[in-house]
Structure formats: C-alpha cells, structure tokens
Write a new protein. Structure first.
Length: 93
C-alpha cells in the first residue's frame, strides 16, 4: 500500500550569501572569520542549516532580546548589530 501524500509538504528555505575572502578559508575580517569557521565545522554534517534556522527563529521570537528581534524584522542591520552587541555584553559580565 503506497504511503499517503502529505497534505502540507515541507517548505524548503535557502539563504544565499557571500563572504569576502583574502586567502583560502580566511575571511577578509575577523568578525566574519568566526562565521566561516563555524560554517566549515558544521556544513559537512549538514547541521549548519538546522542551527541557522534555530538561531533565526529564536531571534524573531524575541528569545535573544526584543530590541534585536525588532531590528531584524525591520531589516536594519546596524541597529541589529548594536542590539546584539548590547545583548552579548550582558553575557560577558
């Protein structure tokens, strides 16, 4: 007996972007190098997309700070970075 078709199929998402590199596996700046290292460590096990989806979901649900969630929703990168730095400073104390 064939399997029943899912009436609500999964939605595939893709995030496409570029990181400027100055050498093989070396990003142009130290801030993005952390992302490159994380991505390279997780892409082979196919965990990068799952982790990124979880992080974006947490951000948009205000679980990483309401100010950061609002900045991301509005597409204000500068405000989002400032809010994330404020959030990170709380954990550094």
């Amino acid at each position: 007996m064939p399997r029943r078709k899912n009436s609500y199929p999964s939605l595939r998402f893709r995030l496409d972007g570029w990181v400027e590199m100055k050498a093989d596996k070396v990003a142009l700046n130290e801030r993005e190098q952390k992302f490159v290292d994380w991505y390279l460590a997780n892409r082979d096990e196919r965990k990068a997309a799952t982790i990124a989806k979880g992080m974006i979901t947490a951000i948009l649900n205000g679980e990483m700070g309401q100010q950061f969630a609002q900045a991301v929703e509005h597409g204000n990168t500068e405000e989002a970075v400032e809010a994330l730095q404020d959030l990170m400073s709380v954990f550094a104390q």
